[in-house]
Design a protein around this ligand. Structure first.
Ligand code: 1GP
Length: 226
């Protein structure tokens, strides 16, 4: 994961054709995350997993509901929403999941993400009752992710909206061990490169369902960077 630059995020509740899925999986992206906020069902997750499994690209489940956890993925990402006002999104759901599944959990496959959600209009922001932090707050969350919780990933999430590059850069400058993921509103090569410049890994989601060809090109855009 330390060498990765680009990840596509696919929503099991949204339609993607076979042809498009093949192009995504063979695009050269470093991994596919299966994840979303609304209408995530075990059937939907399993169906998408089996379709992606026909290809060799690493496949990750980003766990958003306990009901849709299944074996068979290469990795599991577990979000902890640091700027939620409710403790359950930071700790309690994860606690319950570990209580239920600890005997079958392989910690080599599991990575916890410190999430900071910065688009107040996104579904995930509302769903998790988050609040918009100022820049100093975000930087403090990044420090907590790295130094308090020793998390492998700090995720700046603008889901659906292109974010503040200056803020992303400020956060990146503070992190040494924790990887910085950026996701939100990346639709073209310029945005992909700009955000990759300031983060470790960019995540491209929605634009696959809006302008597929442009979204696909973001892989090469960041892979060609030095
Ligand atoms: C969403 O961060 C990802 O969880 C990607 O955001 O869907 O806006 O590309 P977009």
């Amino acid at each position: 994961m330390n060498e990765w630059k680009h990840i596509f995020k696919l929503d099991p509740a949204k339609e993607i054709s076979e042809e498009q899925l093949e192009m995504i999986c063979e695009s050269g992206t470093d991994a596919i995350i299966v994840g979303g906020t609304d209408n995530i069902t075990l059937d939907g997750v399993l169906e998408l997993l089996s379709r992606i499994r026909r290809f060799t690209v690493p496949c990750i489940l980003e766990v958003s509901t306990m009901d849709a956890i299944t074996p068979g993925f290469d990795y599991y990402y577990i979000p902890m929403v640091m700027n939620s006002t409710e403790k359950k999104w930071m700790m309690d759901i994860q606690h319950q999941a570990i209580k239920a599944y600890k005997d079958i959990m392989d910690w080599n496959e599991i990575f916890v993400e410190g999430y900071c959600i910065l688009n107040k209009d996104s579904k995930v922001f509302k769903h998790t009752n988050s609040v918009i932090p100022d820049d100093e707050d975000v930087i403090a969350y990044a420090h907590m992710a790295e130094h308090v919780f020793h998390l492998p990933i700090f995720y700046i999430e603008y889901s659906g909206k292109y974010g503040d590059t200056e803020l992303v850069k400020k956060v990146k400058d503070q992190l040494n061990n924790t990887l910085l993921f950026y996701g939100g509103g990346i639709e073209n090569n310029f945005q992909a490169r700009e955000m990759k410049e300031h983060s470790d890994i960019i995540v491209v989601g929605n634009s696959l369902y809006k302008d597929f060809k442009k979204a696909l090109k973001t892989v090469k855009a960041v892979k060609d960077m030095e």
